[in-house]
Design a protein around this ligand. Structure first.
Ligand SMILES: Nc1nc2c(c(=O)[nH]1)N[C@H]1C(S)=C(S)[C@@H](COP(=O)(O)O)O[C@H]1N2
Ligand SMILES: [Mo]
Length: 534
């Protein structure tokens, strides 16, 4: 037993455990305080969001594709949970380290702040070094807390061994001090974190209110009514129009941008722009609006994949607006062959000016299926160009359009090895029966969708096992910019079978059997489904 009154330093496992706890508290304090500071800077500057965003920017295309495939729209949640898991392990480690090397452990926390700060200021949407503040302030507070807490644990055995005489009152285990400080830090951090979250959420309120206030004008050029026969009555087939809530979402935004339509502006400038313009949302709504059904597709969609959807868009015809700005396509002598759209979150998307101005209904869309754009789909304004994959056309949360050349500028995905130009490939998908389904023998309705935007679908064929190609029944065509449903009544016999589909577009081109990966310009190949007929 301890015969003098001075408290003894902590030893062994208990010391390590309390060290780990100190590290965890320090990490928690750092993240929570950073959240609060980010509310004063901007929500995207918080360290977890910034590191996540920087990770997305640097993820090799195959890994990004894998993540989208594995986790779908949850890919962002998985990424953030992953970052938090890594931070937790590191915080525990630094806390244990600090029980021996108090200063080094604490400096380790500062080092993570530096990583967060670098990530935040390197994001494409970062315009100010103040984006470093949340990480820096959080990390300094976390480091200070760790330094202080580990001090309460008393000197380590090694220090004690080195200078046994130096063990005095101050070096002992300050149980009361530790518990009070730890509890206070946990409470204060929770308070700061909750306040930061609330402030960050409330910053979107102006945008939410502005969206509620949008009244979409009637289009001056409405979409033709969808022909009755465009929607087949087949169970489990993709509906002809995809409801907003079911529409796929693909983007790099960890925080969905909340843009206030009342302060939103779009600038149009660059090569060959003789009348530069800056438009407000109201300016757009006052222009003649066209309404069109257009099927959007992601280049990351695997054969048979889910990243394709059809919606009714309303917006300004981009070609008309460009003409008003004096822009001419290359075929009419214009100097710019690339239109680069920039979003509020720093995305850059490059489309061929020729395609945008060739007569197709490329849109600056303000509405989707009768609603103002949902925030996740680009409120207040996004681009939609029939026939081009989203990453080369469909910029959400757009704020700037620059006319330039493909030689002069590589957009975000092109810098990451995706193709400069990417028209959508002719594809078809079996929606029903599902893979490994067990339909009953007899007539089984096989059905799905086929798309070849801006060329149109001419024919869909189905093959059972290695049998002959049989023509499927095509639903009526809405426009050549929309997908088409198809069905095929199959006389299913017992046993295992492989169903395969292929489409032919209006140019006479049949969907190729050749399998290519999504990178660099979209997957190709035939979609097959294996079923067992009972
Ligand atoms: N600002 C921004 N716009 C973007 C993207 C993005 O990451 N950021 N992704 C593009 C891609 S790859 C696709 S496929 C479409 C998807 O649009 P959706 O999410 O509305 O379906 O948006 C495009 N527009
Ligand atoms: Mo995409």
């Amino acid at each position: 037993m301890n015969d003098d009154a001075s408290p003894r330093p902590l030893r062994g496992v208990r010391r390590l455990a309390l060290g780990a706890l100190s590290g965890l508290l320090a990490g928690y304090a750092a993240i929570a305080l950073a959240e609060l500071v980010s509310a004063a800077v901007r929500p995207e500057s918080g360290p977890v969001i910034a590191v996540g965003g920087a990770a997305i920017d640097r993820t090799p295309a195959p890994v990004k594709d894998w993540a989208i495939r594995q986790f779908g729209t949850n890919d962002k949640l998985v990424l953030q949970l992953g970052i938090l898991a890594v931070l937790t392990v590191l915080a525990l480690g630094l806390g244990m380290l600090a029980t021996r090397l108090r200063l080094i452990g604490s400096l380790g926390v500062v080092a993570f702040g530096v990583v967060g700060a670098l990530a935040a200021t390197s994001r494409p949407d970062s315009t100010s070094v103040t984006d470093a503040l949340p990480s820096v302030v959080g990390a300094l507070a976390g480091a200070g807390l760790l330094y202080w807490l580990s001090g309460r644990l008393g000197r380590s055995r090694r220090a004690e061994d080195a200078a046994p005489d130096a063990v005095g009152e101050a070096e002992g285990w300050d149980r009361r001090g530790f518990i009070i400080a730890a509890t206070a830090a946990a409470a204060a951090s929770t308070g700061a974190g909750i306040a930061g979250r609330a402030l960050n959420n409330s910053q979107g309120q102006g945008a939410v209110a502005s969206r509620k206030g949008v009244v979409l004008p009637a289009p001056s050029s409405p979409a033709a009514p969808v022909p009755k026969g465009a929607a087949l009555r087949i169970k489990d087939i993709s509906p002809f129009m995809t409801p907003n809530g079911d529409f796929y979402r693909v983007d790099t935004a960890l925080v969905v941008p909340k843009v206030d339509a009342t302060s939103w502006k779009l600038r149009i400038h660059g090569k060959g722009v003789t009348r530069e313009r800056t438009l407000t949302f109201d300016d757009l709504l006052k222009m003649p609006l066209i309404e069109r059904n257009i099927t959007l597709t992601c280049v990351s969609n695997e054969v048979g994949g889910p990243y394709v959807g059809n919606a009714r868009w309303i917006g300004v015809r981009l070609a008309d607006l460009l003409e008003q700005c004096g822009v001419r396509p290359p075929s009419k002598g214009g100097p710019a062959d690339q239109l680069v759209a920039r979003s509020v979150d720093g995305m850059t998307i490059g489309s061929p000016v020729e395609d945008v101005m060739d007569g197709r209904d490329a849109l600056l869309a303000v509405g989707m299926n009768g609603q103002p754009l949902p925030f996740v789909h680009g409120f207040p304004v996004r681009m939609v160009v029939p026939g081009l994959y989203g990453y080369v056309s469909a910029c959400k949360w757009i704020r700037d359009i620059e006319l330039t050349t493909f030689d002069a500028y590589d957009s975000y995905w092109v810098e990451r090895d995706w193709a400069r130009k990417a028209p959508i490939k002719t594809e078809s998908r079996i929606d029903t029966p599902k893979p490994f389904g067990r339909p009953k023998a007899g007539t089984v309705m096989v059905g799905g969708v086929a798309w070849a935007q801006h060329r149109g679908i001419d024919k869909v064929e189905v093959r059972v096992d290695d049998g002959p190609w049989e023509e499927a029944r095509l639903a009526a065509e809405d426009t050549r910019d929309t997908w088409r449903q198809w069905s095929y009544p199959w006389k299913a016999t017992k046993g295992g079978h492989t169903l395969t589909v292929r489409a032919t577009d209006r140019t006479g081109e049949t969907q190729t059997q050749k399998r290519t990966p999504t990178i660099p310009d979209g997957a190709s190949g035939w979609h097959s489904v294996v079923v067992t007929v009972d």
